[in-house]
Write a protein that binds this ligand. Structure first.
Ligand code: SF4
Ligand code: SF4
Length: 82
């Protein structure tokens, strides 16, 4: 399941450089996560790094992009070529 940034985002910028997949970028109003690139950090880290650093806790799982561990690992392999 990819994660999603809610409108509680305060545009603090700290999550963007933490994402190992470069899935986070500034959107029109708040930061956004590209679901095709978010693996929930599977393959890279044990926990979602953006969630770890977000000061306002505004990055829940995206119910519109449900994926299991296996699918996330597959995405990781596609993105990294590993
Ligand atoms: Fe990037 Fe990981 Fe956050 Fe997904 S969970 S957006 S891969 S830092
Ligand atoms: Fe927004 Fe949280 Fe990212 Fe800061 S860390 S830009 S508040 S999503």
């Amino acid at each position: 399941m990819a994660l999603i940034i809610t409108d509680e985002c305060i545009n603090c910028d700290v999550c963007e450089p933490e994402c190992p997949n470069e899935a986070i970028a500034p959107g029109d109003e708040i930061y956004e996560i590209d679901p095709s690139k978010c693996t929930e950090c599977v393959g890279h880290y044990d926990t979602p790094q953006c969630v770890e650093v977000c000061p306002v806790d505004c990055i829940p799982k995206d119910p519109d992009h449900v994926e299991n561990e296996e699918q996330l690992m597959e995405k990781y392999h596609k993105l990294t070529g590993k």
